[in-house]
Design a protein around this ligand. Sequence first.
Ligand code: DC
Length: 228
Amino acid sequence: MSAVFSIAIDGPSGAGKSSVARAVAKRLGAMYLDTGAMYRAIGLYMLKTGVPLDDAQAIAANCAGADVRVGYDAEGRQSVYLGDEDVSEAIRAAEVSLAASAVSTVPEVRARMVALQREIAKGHSVVMDGRDIGTKVLPDATLKIYLTASVDVRAWRRHLELAQKGMNEPYEKVREELIRRDELDTHRAASPLCRAEDAVEVDCSQMTLAQVEERIAALAREAMGAKA
Ligand code: DC
């Protein structure tokens, strides 16, 4: 496997990007960066400080106050901090998902996050997942994947995932929220979610996590022209 490589995994909410990216990173011995967690931390900061989420100017003016940090434990698991506070759990709340979508439309927030993401990845082999990794953050990535699945499959998986955590969100509600987030992510002016021209699209509606991991690892080997 070549010295330093980067794999960008973009796609809509609930396609399984994080699970896939984490598994691929572990398999290839790369660092994993969940960029959505960083936007979530900014969203949480705005909720905590009472900045109105429909006021882009106020979000832009306040985003520099959010001290977003990323840390890793010995197993390479990522934690996200606001200052010294570990917010890795808190950022998964449903209201934070919507706050993250709102703050991610603000160009000032995006500029800060993109700079931070590039800084964190500098000099490392990395697997990054998000919405703009192949188009903006890592335009020269060794491999770009656009991971997608039908809205029904994504909603069902998310519904089951929440149920496993003891959160009984009705399927219809989960589906509606996904559609709303898709709408926000794909229609915003700043770096909307779209497939990079040179990305390989992987529709995982009918695939298991292991199958997706295998496919991406094979594509990575191909892209690097070496056997893993
Ligand atoms: O992947 P996620 O659901 O944790 O992302 C949270 C929000 O952040 C989502 O609405 C899209 C946004 N996001 C983004 O705009 N750019 C990224 N690189 C990652 C996430």
